[in-house]
Design a binder for this molecule. Structure first.
Ligand code: SAH
Ligand code: SF4
Ligand code: F3S
Length: 479
């Protein structure tokens, strides 16, 4: 190992965290670190954490407890992401073997923080390192580099980067190491100003800050030049995107940015997540109608079908307004596939409220629903409400909801049998002798192909659907 700098990184949470980890990996590789695949091999162990529900938060403390004894071997531990931002220096008290705590707005300062951690007095520039498992470390287009003043605090052998999340230009790092060579994420907006009563995100990720459309488009073009064909635009609420720069009149709305990314030569698919019903405009559906590369899928979290609960959650829309957005989607030229998130057991949710959520599932006909039991979170307004619904009852509601949705999906997925669908090839399942594909609708479609016409991962192929399951389709490649 002779002085070689190695790190292990485990990521929890949403796609924004997954992409943040790509930024962290890119930064570390550029600093001369090598990524390894186990805690045992690593000198520096990092956890990029999620705080959305209590269980997610507990995971990192369990991991830290499991590996505490390795500190004796000189290994260093760091906590990044939403738990880092939420708990701050309290993490050092709960897990004294941690020596780095860094929130997502501070990753651009990681080189300085690592230098402090290693006891280097000045910042040394590392040797760019290209790891075969990760692909290239991409330097972002120079226009994309945000220059903020580093805010690194040193407390003895410990380093914290809990940046001021109010500043605009603080979420881009200079390097990123995308893990998939065909499809990649681009963050377009950070933070959230919605303050839904149950949600920790506005406290962990801070205020909304949008990137300029020029910078987003420059990154999209750069990715297309590198051979990427699918781009997913990311934000906690992409619909409240506000282009912060450019001449008046040339600033893009979210729908215009979406269309412009879809028109970048070489890009075949564009997705976006997550949308908020309050800010979801009809112009997004118009853009999907006009630009064929925009995927025909919208994830529109509803959380509850009851107006009373929606109001208590401070979601800022009614069931009727939500259904109006669904009607726009259903009027799109291509059939738009709709998915959602639902929380059960929010304080005060009665059996009748819950039934309204069930009836909403029937009314909309979702292709996928992510279901969660309400979990009280620090700092959030609903923490003051009595979390009176017993866990057992939350579990029951969750099961009822999931089995209703399963029936809906069985019926919906069956309808594809006999149709021809294009998929992007994502991989191969050797044991089943099948290829794994993804449709524009964002469905998994597993398919067979003749041995002499094996497709390549990343290619787009036509398939004919021959079977269906509640969560996936089965097809044959059309040759
Ligand atoms: N920004 C997105 C998603 C944020 S988190 C949006 O506004 O929809 C992803 C999902 O986690 C949420 O949609 C919600 O369903 C769930 N969630 C958030 N906070 C939660 C909590 N305290 N308890 C249970 N589920 C929660
Ligand atoms: Fe959380 Fe609501 Fe913001 Fe989504 S919109 S991140 S649920 S506060
Ligand atoms: Fe979790 Fe933070 Fe994402 S709390 S869901 S990792 S924004």
């Amino acid at each position: 190992m002779s002085g070689e700098k190695t790190f292990y990184l485990e990521t929890f949470g949403c796609q924004m965290n997954v992409h943040d980890s790509e930024k962290v990996i890119g930064t570390l590789l550029h600093e001369g670190y090598r990524q390894v695949e186990s805690v045992e091999q690593a000198g520096l162990i990092l956890y990029n954490t999620c705080s959305i529900r209590d269980k997610a938060e507990q995971k990192v403390f369990h991991r830290l407890a499991d590996y505490k004894k390795l500190q004796a071997q000189g290994k260093k531990f760091g906590v990044l992401g939403c738990v880092a931002q939420q708990e701050g220096e309290k993490i050092f008290e709960r897990a004294p073997h941690v020596s780095l705590v860094c929130g997502s707005a501070s990753y651009r300062n990681l080189p300085q923080m690592l230098a402090q951690l290693e006891g280097r007095s000045t910042l040394q520039s590392g040797v760019p390192h290209v790891s075969p498992i990760l692909g290239d470390v991409g330097r972002r287009d120079s226009g994309l580099v945000a220059q903020g003043s580093p805010l690194v605090r040193i407390t003895g052998p410990r380093v914290t980067g809990l940046d001021d999340r109010e500043t605009d230009q603080c979420f881009e790092t200079e390097f990123t190491a995308r893990t998939n060579p065909h499809r990649g994420y681009i963050t377009i907006i950070e933070g959230c100003d919605k303050f839904c009563a149950y949600c920790v995100v506005p406290f962990t990720r801070g205020k909304e800050r949008s990137r300029t459309s020029d910078s987003v488009l420059a990154e999209a073009r750069q990715m297309a030049d590198l051979g990427y064909t699918e781009i997913q635009l990311l934000g906690q609420n992409v619909n409240s995107y506000k282009d912060p720069a450019g001449k008046p009149g040339s600033r893009k709305t979210f729908a215009e940015l979406l269309a412009a990314v879809g028109e970048v030569p070489g890009i075949k698919r564009v997705r976006f997540t997550t949308s908020h019903p309050r800010d979801f405009g009809r112009d997004i559906i118009d853009a999907i109608d006009a630009v064929p590369t925009l995927c025909d899928h919208v994830h529109l979290p509803v959380q509850s079908g009851s107006d009373k609960v929606l109001n208590a959650m401070q979601r800022l829309y009614t069931r009727e307004q939500y259904l109006e957005r669904i009607a726009w989607m259903k009027s799109a030229k291509r059939g738009v596939s709709i998915t959602t998130d639902v929380i059960v057991g929010f304080p005060g949710e009665t059996e009748e409220d819950f039934h309204q959520t069930l009836s909403l599932l029937d009314e909309v006909g979702y292709d996928g629903v992510f279901t969660f039991k309400y979990s009280p979170r620090p700092n959030t307004p609903s923490l003051a409400l009595d979390d009176a619904i017993p866990d057992q009852e939350k579990s029951r509601r969750l099961e009822v909801l999931m089995s209703r949705q399963k029936e809906i999906q069985i019926t919906r997925y069956k309808k594809y049998i006999g149709s021809n669908i294009e998929v992007m090839v994502e991989g191969r399942n050797e044991s089943r002798n099948q290829w794994i594909g993804r449709t524009s609708h964002n469905k998994t479609l597993n398919f067979t192909a003749p041995a002499d016409a094996s497709p390549k991962v990343g290619a787009y192929v036509q398939t004919r659907v021959v079977g269906s399951f509640p969560n996936s389709l089965l097809g044959e490649m059309v040759v």
